[in-house]
Ligand binder design. Structure first.
Ligand code: PHE
Length: 449
């Protein structure tokens, strides 16, 4: 593109921003809620496998494609394809996924923002499951509050993006993530010392394979994609801001490991408390919002630390949302040659429009069901379990077959060439293992085969 492209300023900046995209509500909200709803340890194991075997190669492929093309995810595939074939559908499907994810993600972030306000006002501390559930359901079932907080979230996202890629994203992530990490450790320690906490650890680490079905496997696979922000061009977009000498496999590996650790920590912070206080692990999307305040209620000084926890969770959510919105913004700005500011406004308007349906899914739109899912769950299902994995198949196919091994290896090897076996392993994973695995899990999970 002829327009000047902003980029990441340092190796650490790249790592921080990529990690900022991956770590978010996915770790703190979605991993615990899905693990609870799908039987615990067995599900966690599948998610781990999917991350290692499918997630890592797709992530490396995406970043490499992005860095080679140095443009948005729709343009990237057109630019790199040796012959004209419609690989740009990957970018289009990714853009659609970004809208769908933002529509419900901004609402979960809205709950976090609202909980910051509630934590400051001091109305949250209760270890009683009924009270905790009532506080949450009062918030989500009130259309005015649900919409108000969603719009606050979207305004914040817009504000930060206008400050520019490197400054905005790096600055925030670098400083605050380590503190969130420490807080999760502290919550975990508190949770583990509660009477009855052991049942939570058993739930997390002793697999009961009878709970695993093809549909559960698809949810675990979708979670792996969602967690690593892959399958939709986020990493193509971020890769396009990577420096030429950045070691891509090492960066991807570090991001994946750190992300897994945060997910596990969140699990350890939440499940012992779930069992100790008598919450239900299968509570659904509300799980974190009702459990965490209970842990803090049982901690000296908990009221203050809880404010910090929700603020930091909000920051983590921001990092992820910035990367989500970056996809449509880059696509709109670079495909239609409009300013980033205008692209941002269009994207946010679209997200707000779609977001209304997700925001009101506990009130006005609760009965608007498609495939038995309300708009919130539907947006989540369509993006995580269909668009992202399908995108993953296509990205692997593109990198390993269409773009070609030589081009892929040449780009990956710039700066710091990885070992030979890394190339060989990546080729096998991208050509055969990942696409096949994703394909089978999708067909089986959707009951099509
Ligand atoms: N990985 C982010 C999280 O876990 C969500 C996300 C998905 C971000 C897809 C970008 C793209 O919260």
């Amino acid at each position: 593109m002829s327009a000047q492209r902003d980029g990441f300023s340092s190796t650490f900046g790249v790592l921080a921003a990529t990690l900022g995209s991956a770590v978010g509500l996915g770790n703190i909200w979605k991993v615990p809620y899905l693990t609870g709803a799908n039987g615990g340890a067995g599900f966690l194991l599948l998610y781990l496998l999917a991350t290692l075997v499918v997630g890592l190669p797709v992530m490396i492929a995406e970043i490499t494609i992005g860095r080679a093309a140095r443009t948005d995810p729709v343009g990237a595939f057109t630019k790199l394809a040796p012959v004209r074939r419609p690989w740009w559908v990957i970018g289009v499907s990714g853009t659609l996924a970004a809208f769908l994810i933002m529509a419900f993600y901004s609402e979960v972030a809205a709950w976090v923002f609202a909980y910051v306000a509630k934590a400051v006002a001091g109305g949250l501390l209760s270890t009683d499951p009924k009270t905790a559930a009532a506080i949450f359901s009062k918030l989500v079932s009130d259309p005015a509050q649900a919409l108000f907080w969603q719009w606050v979230v979207l305004l914040c996202v817009g504000g930060v993006i206008l400050m520019g890629v490197s400054k905005g994203i790096e600055a925030v992530t670098k400083k605050l993530m380590p503190i969130l990490f420490l807080l999760l450790v502290a919550i975990g320690i508190r949770g583990l010392t509660l009477p009855g906490a052991v049942a939570g650890l058993e739930f997390l680490f002793r697999p009961d394979f009878s709970k695993l079905t093809p549909a559960v496997a698809l949810v675990a696979l979708g979670l792996a994609f969602f967690k690593l922000s892959i399958g939709m061009g986020t990493m193509v977009t971020y890769g396009s801001y990577f420096r030429a000498d950045q070691d891509i496999p090492a960066t991807a590996l570090r991001v994946m490991l750190a992300d897994l650790v945060v997910s596990l920590l969140a699990g350890i912070a939440i499940f012992p408390a779930v069992f100790a206080f008598g919450f239900k692990p299968e509570a659904g999307p509300s799980l974190v919002f009702i459990t965490i305040p209970a842990v803090f209620a049982s901690m000296p000084g908990g009221a203050i630390v809880m404010v910090a926890f929700f603020v930091l969770t909000a920051v983590a959510a921001m990092g992820a949302m910035l990367s989500l919105v970056e996809v449509p913004v880059a696509v709109l700005a670079e495909r239609f040659e409009i300013s980033r500011r205008r692209a941002l406004l269009i994207a946010l308007a679209g997200i707000a429009g779609l977001g209304v349906f997700a925001a009101l899914a506990q009130s006005r739109t609760a009965d608007w069901k498609l495939f038995g899912l309300n708009p919130f769950d539907l947006f989540d299902f369509l993006s995580s379990n269909i668009l992202l994995p399908a995108g993953g198949i296509l990205i692997c196919a593109f990198a390993a077959w269409e773009w070609g091994r030589q081009n892929f290896e040449a780009e990956l090897g710039r700066g710091s060439p990885p070992r030979k076996w890394v190339f060989a392993a990546l080729t096998v994973l991208m050509r055969y293992v990942s696409p096949l695995l994703i394909g089978v899990v999708m067909l089986k999970g959707l009951g099509l085969f």
